[in-house]
Design a binder for this molecule. Structure first.
Ligand SMILES: C[S@@+](CC[C@H](N)C(=O)[O-])C[C@H]1O[C@@H](n2cnc3c(N)ncnc32)[C@H](O)[C@@H]1O
Length: 168
């Protein structure tokens, strides 16, 4: 357990541990801390939801201090999540379309944690969402980019000085 983990409530940690995903605990705790500080001033925008692991850290902060987290993903996976790549998980493939669909996993994770009022999914490409997004965010984190596909444009409307945490 790291030095920051006391700030993440234990009930939330149980849900986080039970959720598929890639957010390391120390980065998640940092995200949780930053979100707790920023959310009272306005929404937090996440790019790269996957099954909701990082969104749980953010949503937990929103539950504590008030506020709303928007999380953007097309839910079809990044390049490294596709079949044949290192981070592929056959559990998240929709058999009807033969494509990844992490949205149902996200929904269950957020509902189980009781965070449906705090964490709002935006389902689509970041490039499409960013064309229409005009709300200044108070914090933004992105885990959507990969080594080969660089992070996409996120939002033209972030307040100057708002924290941007990016991991790719
Ligand atoms: C590494 S995973 C995110 C991990 C997640 N934050 C967690 O805590 O486990 C990257 C996600 O970004 C999404 N993604 C990649 N490029 C995207 C884009 N241009 N727009 C929206 N989502 C994107 C993928 O579908 C995938 O679910």
């Amino acid at each position: 357990m790291s030095a920051h983990s006391e700030v993440v409530p234990s009930d939330l940690l149980e849900h986080i541990h039970a959720t598929k995903g890639f957010m390391p605990e120390d980065e998640g705790e940092l995200l949780h801390n930053v979100a707790r500080r920023q959310l009272p001033q306005g929404p937090f925008l996440e790019v790269g939801t996957y099954c909701g692991k990082s969104a749980l850290y953010l949503g937990g902060a929103a539950r504590e201090v008030g506020g709303t987290v928007f999380t953007v993903d097309h839910h079809r996976g990044s390049e490294e999540n596709q079949a044949g790549w290192e981070h592929h998980d056959t559990d998240v493939v929709d058999p009807e379309f033969g494509l990844m669909d992490t949205l149902p996993f996200f929904r269950k994770a957020i509902a189980r944690a009781g965070l449906e009022d705090q964490v709002i999914a935006l389902i689509g490409r970041s490039t499409t969402v960013s064309r229409w997004w005009r709300t200044p965010w108070q914090g933004c984190s992105s885990t959507a980019g990969t080594a080969r596909s660089r992070p996409k444009r996120i939002s033209p409307a972030g307040r100057r000085g708002s924290p941007l945490a990016a991991s790719w």
